[in-house]
Ligand binder design. Structure first.
Ligand code: DOR
Ligand code: ZN
Length: 429
């Protein structure tokens, strides 16, 4: 991607969302040398700044996706760090956390450094790697957690599968506690999983191999109790089931250090989407019922679910064309996340615009111990320009990811990311 390099930029006429002050106000933003120099009602054009017309648009801190899959190393045919971080920027994500279920898995300091180096070369969204909890994601021996922290890993997860052995999970939590980093749990009790469709009305009707919601919630319950016991920080990935939301709410009330994320597909779609046997609706955990979808939205609204992550999971067309039970789970998500959330959460009035943006920008940084996202004077420019009135269609030829496995291709959506300003680089979309 070719950004414009601009030493002075004036974002003029926009509405600025300040997540710390919790204000939304009309203001111009002057960025000089990559830093926010002024935010004022009206700034006179000075010093030859490039003026970007932001009338009718909103300016917010860049989003952070704390759960995605960039497939490098190993499956560079599906996605690379360069292609994935470009697609992330188009979705307004200025920072991303790739999960370590690559081939080989990211379980050493050298591999964490490899990922960050690749990201620096690509120079798009910033990358904060997640390291494996266990060597080779085998769920047996602990990985080099401390060494990976020193190389820049911000959290640990065996995502793609759960850690079945409770004693191993306990040790992982204890180690991560010592480094004050969260453990991200992909909750799935393997013994309960026969296939990746929600067990219930639709799986029976369609004859699909299935997994019940308790496969997710039972593991979440165990991990919450282990987090309470160890005093460690637990983050529950891709919450899809009402019972999981209820457990997290209970755990937070108890003072357990638990946080959680969900993904746009869980608050947009239900298992009904499986009727056409299209594997682009196959995700793990599976799409569930309308009651689950509503519970996920309620969890986001009351803060039980802290963050929205994409679980961007690229797979090739050929792989997804296999029969439903055999196709790999996962969908790409960077480029549609903001619009889906805007449509399902803000336009429905479930969340205010600021609360919605906070789930995308504030919460992930807080969970991962990174500096707060800011539109304040003095901070480095890391801004998204949002056009909330835009109506756009996700056409296959605009997909920046190397894979196109999205059930939202062809869908017309409201609200889109118009531009991203990262330091002195302006990306227009
Ligand atoms: O749908 C998913 N895809 N869920 C996961 O946990 C893994 C991911 C992938 O890596 O494809
Ligand atoms: Zn997962």
């Amino acid at each position: 991607m070719n950004p414009e390099i601009l030493s002075r930029v004036l974002l003029q006429g926009g509405t600025v969302i300040d997540l710390q002050a919790r204000t939304v106000r009309r203001a111009d933003v002057l960025v000089a040398g990559g830093r926010i120099e002024k935010v004022e009602g009206s700034i006179e054009e000075v010093g030859g700044a490039e003026v970007i017309d932001c009338k009718g648009k909103h300016i917010a801190p860049g989003f952070m996706d704390m759960h995605c899959h960039l497939r490098e190393p190993g499956r560079e045919d599906e996605e690379t760090i360069a292609s994935g971080t470009a697609a992330a920027l188009a979705g307004g994500f200025t920072r991303v956390c790739p999960m370590p279920n690559t081939d080989p898995a990211i379980d050493t300091e050298a591999q964490v450094r490899f990922e960050t180096r690749r990201a620096e070369d690509a120079n798009c969204a910033r990358v904060h790697p997640v390291g494996c909890c266990t060597k080779g994601r085998q769920g047996k021996e602990l990985a080099e957690i401390g060494a990976m922290v020193s190389a820049g890993a911000v959290a640990f997860s065996d995502d793609g599968s759960a850690i079945a052995d409770a004693q191993v999970m306990r040790r992982v939590l204890e180690y991560c506690k010592a480094f004050d980093v969260p453990v991200i749990s992909h909750c799935e009790v393997k013994e309960l999983v026969e296939g990746i469709a929600n067990e219930g009305r639709m799986s029976t009707k369609l004859g699909l191999k299935s997994a019940p919601d308790v496969a997710e919630s039972a593991q979440a319950a165990r991990d919450i109790l282990l987090a309470e016991f160890t005093g460690a920080r637990l983050h529950i990935a891709h919450v899809s089931a009402k019972a999981t939301v209820d457990l997290i709410r209970w755990a937070k009330e108890r003072g357990v250090q638990v946080t959680a994320e969900t993904c746009p597909h869980y608050f947009t779609l239900t298992e009904d989407a499986l009727a056409g046997f299209d594997a682009n609706y196959k995700v793990n955990p599976p799409l569930r019922t309308e009651a689950d979808r509503r519970a996920v939205i309620a969890g986001l609204a009351d803060g039980t679910i802290d963050a929205i992550a994409t679980d961007h999971a690229p797979h090739l067309k050929g792989e997804k064309e296999a029969e439903f039970d055999a196709a790999p789970p996962g969908i790409i998500g960077f480029e549609t996340a903001f619009s889906l959330g805007y449509e399902q959460l803000v336009l429905t009035k479930a969340l205010s615009l600021t609360d919605y943006i906070a789930r995308l920008a504030t919460a992930p940084r807080r969970i991962l111990n990174l500096p707060a996202a800011s539109t304040a004077v003095g901070s480095e420019a890391e801004l998204v320009v949002l056009d909330l009135k835009a109506e756009w269609t996700y056409a296959p030829d605009r997909v920046l990811s190397l894979s196109r496995n999205s059930p939202f291709i062809g869908r017309t959506m409201r609200g889109r990311v118009a531009a991203v300003l990262l330091g002195d680089r302006l990306f227009r979309f």
